[in-house]
Design a protein around this ligand. Sequence first.
Ligand code: DX5
Ligand code: ZN
Length: 218
Amino acid sequence: MCDDLIIAPSILAADFSKIGEEVVKVDEAGADWIHLDVMDGHFVPNLTFGPPLIKSLRSLTKKIFDTHLMVSNPDDLLEDYVIAGSDIITVHVEACPNLSQTLGCIRELGSKVGVALKPETPVSELENVLDYLDLILVMTVNPGFGGQGFIPEMLDKVSAARALIGDRPTTIQVDGGISIETAKRVTSAGANALVAGSAIFNHGPYSENIAAIRTASC
Ligand code: DX5
Ligand code: ZN
């Protein structure tokens, strides 16, 4: 599990006044993927950025762009997020009235397919779409803001997601409150991709923070 662990820094916690430099720094510091939190001020109260910013970052790194859409109508802009350079697009199951259609559309556009679950949403919501997913994102905080406390009850959901996918190569990702304190608990429960914002960007050298989370996960 440790050898192929994916660490995906969330640039939500980066300094937006120099966002390009921040992406380059975190790439060089050992990020596996770059996690891009898109918020629309409707599905979640906060607002961040959209396709133009992602497009402008695309030439700065070859790392996988892991786009997490916390938006009410993801179908409207899927193509724009792919054209901007997203490699993985994760939509929230709560925002998709016709989930299989949305997932099919992401796949047709040529992106990997992810689905996110808010803390109150059970993994059973995904039973009918398991064969169409590259990634399940178990939110370990309520989406909308960085720097929140990890919700320990989500560990059982991570285990349930791991059990549900069976032999499929689906990535199990966690997002929210991930740090050296929580990393081992989530990987033991079955997560193999860890998003971290404040634990990477808020203090100290990014390379040390990423390495510390990686070590703590094993
Ligand atoms: C929350 C976002 C997260 C957030 C994580 O809605 O999806 O990606 O940036 O931040 P931390 O690691 O600070 O909890
Ligand atoms: Zn996120």
